[in-house]
Design a binder for this molecule. Structure first.
Ligand SMILES: Cc1cc2nc3c(=O)[nH]c(=O)nc-3n(C[C@H](O)[C@H](O)[C@H](O)COP(=O)(O)OP(=O)(O)OC[C@H]3O[C@@H](n4cnc5c(N)ncnc54)[C@H](O)[C@@H]3O)c2cc1C
Length: 226
């Protein structure tokens, strides 16, 4: 059984007991607007990140659907998250106010948004193991992370490739052994990305990104016995 059931994973709870993700103190706002609403905003066709005076305030934008739509992601600090639900409608006026001191091009992005969603950003600490017997975890169920390296879904896809490779040729009696090889290959990498995401300074200083983007899940080493 593979628990790929997200950050609030029931499979994880039943394997390792009830725990609660930690609220990071950050709220994310997300919006998509049609390209034409962007008017003369420069660089709408590229991935752009606007850093604020503190890491809690930043805007990320990039084109979707061959440039016909523009995605906007912005964060604001908040003391706690007591609301029901993880994603709620947001107040675009509040968001614009929070960014009132940003560069006019950044503010123009928020002006182009008609509505936004608002989500609490939560994390869990990296785990030592993901499996028990013939049950394992994959994706956010195993390693939820804040989105500041844009790697959460990428890590889930890499997990799937490595898990498929580890399971190749197994029989029911060797499944738990295969899970050990899967964990050994994946936990160090996903923990590093979880920690890097939480540090919230990815690519701010132009560091070498090869360890993230140069990884090949089809080729990465699995323990010899698999
Ligand atoms: C604001 C934000 C921006 C992000 N940006 C990026 C990005 O740019 N790049 C990137 O790679 N990642 C990004 N991510 C992360 C990405 O969305 C997640 O890491 C990814 O969705 C995890 O995939 P998953 O399949 O593990 O879990 P999920 O996508 O959460 O899927 C879990 C599924 O399990 C289902 N489920 C849960 N419980 C049960 C149950 N009991 N029974 C049946 N089904 C159940 C859920 O309905 C859901 O469909 C971002 C996340 C956020 C919040």
């Amino acid at each position: 059984m593979i628990g790929a059931d997200g950050i609030h994973s029931a499979v994880r709870h039943s394997l390792f007991g009830e725990d609660h993700p930690r609220f990071t103190g950050l709220v994310s706002y997300r919006a998509v607007f049609p390209r034409e609403r962007g008017g003369n905003i420069p660089n709408l066709d590229s991935f752009t990140k606007w850093w604020g005076p503190t890491p809690e305030r930043q805007i990320v934008t990039f084109p979707l659907n061959l440039g016909s739509e523009i995605f906007v992601f912005a964060t604001t600090p908040q003391d706690d998250w007591a609301e029901e639900g993880w994603t709620l409608p947001g107040d675009i006026g509040e968001l614009r106010e929070a960014y009132a001191d940003f560069h006019p091009e950044a503010r123009a992005l928020l002006d182009a948004c008609e509505s936004v969603t608002r989500s609490a950003l939560h994390v869990r600490e990296p785990m030592q193991r993901w499996s028990k017997g013939r049950i394992t975890l994959l994706g956010d169920a195993a390693h939820p992370m804040v989105p500041f390296m844009a790697q959460g879904a990428c890590m889930a896809i890499e997990d799937a490739v490595v898990l498929a490779r580890a399971l190749s040729g197994t029989v029911p009696d060797t499944v738990s052994e295969a899970f050990k090889h899967y964990e050994a290959a994946r936990i160090p990498r996903t923990a590093r990305v979880q920690e890097g995401s939480l540090a919230n300074n990815w690519l701010k200083k132009g560091s070498n990104a090869d360890w993230v983007y140069g990884y090949d899940a089809w080729e990465t080493a699995l323990s010899e016995s698999t």
